[in-house]
Write a protein that binds this ligand. Structure first.
Ligand SMILES: Nc1ncnc2c1ncn2[C@@H]1O[C@H](COP(=O)(O)OP(=O)(O)OP(=O)(O)O)[C@@H](O)[C@H]1O
Length: 263
């Protein structure tokens, strides 16, 4: 867990986002601390993806501030986010199917062989697979051998690989924020448990985790805190213990005077 005096790993202040006449977000404050799992919930069109895209640098907010580890960031883009330790795990996973797990994890950072061994191929696959195995061991991930092609993996194994890839990058810098968009969409029961366990291990390792999901059981199982958006406004921001299934549904649907729940 973060030191109580540490600033949040990621903090958004007064975020508004307009798409033409559509006000997708309206004055949203949001933060996540190191070691914390925050679920972001809301009905279709509530603004979850838009807020996640603001956090990842993919969308510039129309108004508001972004702070990483307490520092105000201007000109926030996906590459600035990545440099500052904010990694997004996309719903479509963005893995290269024809390549193995190792290459997907190390893409762009593959260990190279020195001359004259490079005459037999530039990439040192032995070293790369070994490094991947060590990294996956650190994450407690044992799904498939690093040599296996991603196209041979199950949905759950692919999801775990995508999350591991973000985690491996962040491990190298000693922490950071992982943003996940529907990590268990289209996964079976066992696979969801596998992803759930990985999310918890990563938070225990000190990562800050933001989870956009429609999966209430997942949210209730893993979250430390739950944030609900309704028509672009934050209507609840509560610790897990203060939420249950019925309350969450009423915040999502707006059936409650939910502003009372905003901390
Ligand atoms: N690129 C865009 N151009 C115009 N309007 C957009 C765009 N992206 C989102 N919107 C609008 O902004 C609002 C919020 O959309 P957003 O995708 O953030 O919601 P969401 O909570 O992620 O919904 P879902 O659960 O369906 O993915 C919606 O009214 C949506 O139609």
């Amino acid at each position: 867990m973060a030191h109580p005096d540490s600033p949040p790993a990621l903090a958004l202040g007064g975020i508004a986002k307009h798409y033409g006449y559509v006000k997708a977000l309206d004055g949203v404050d949001f933060h996540v601390n190191a070691g914390e799992i925050v679920s972001l919930l809301g009905d279709n069109g509530a603004g979850k993806s838009t807020l996640l895209k603001v956090m990842s640098g993919a969308h510039a907010p129309s108004e508001g501030t972004i702070r990483i580890d307490g520092k105000l960031v201007t000109k926030y883009t996906p590459s600035v986010a990545s440099d500052l330790g904010v990694e997004m795990v996309y719903q479509d996973l963005a893995l290269v199917d024809t390549l193995d797990i190792s290459t997907n994890l190390q893409l762009g950072r593959e260990p190279l062989r020195p001359f004259p061994l490079s005459l037999f191929g530039f990439v040192d696959f032995g070293k790369m697979h070994k490094a991947t195995r060590t990294q996956l061991d650190k994450l407690g991930v044992r799904t498939a051998p690093p040599e296996r092609a991603v196209e041979m993996l199950s949905g759950g194994q692919r999801q775990v690989t995508a999350i591991s890839r973000a985690a491996v990058r962040l491990f190298e810098r000693g922490g950071g924020v992982i943003l996940m968009d529907e990590p268990t969409a289209a996964l079976g029961y066992e696979q969801t448990l596998m992803v759930e366990a990985l999310i918890k291990r990563m938070a225990a390792a000190g990562f800050a985790i933001v989870l956009v999901t429609h999966n209430l059981p997942l949210c209730l199982n893993v979250s430390d805190r739950i944030v609900v958006l309704n028509r672009g406004r934050k209507v609840a921001d509560v610790m897990r213990a203060q939420a249950d299934h019925n309350k969450i549904v009423s915040w999502i649907t707006g059936a409650d005077r939910a502003e009372e729940a905003v901390a």
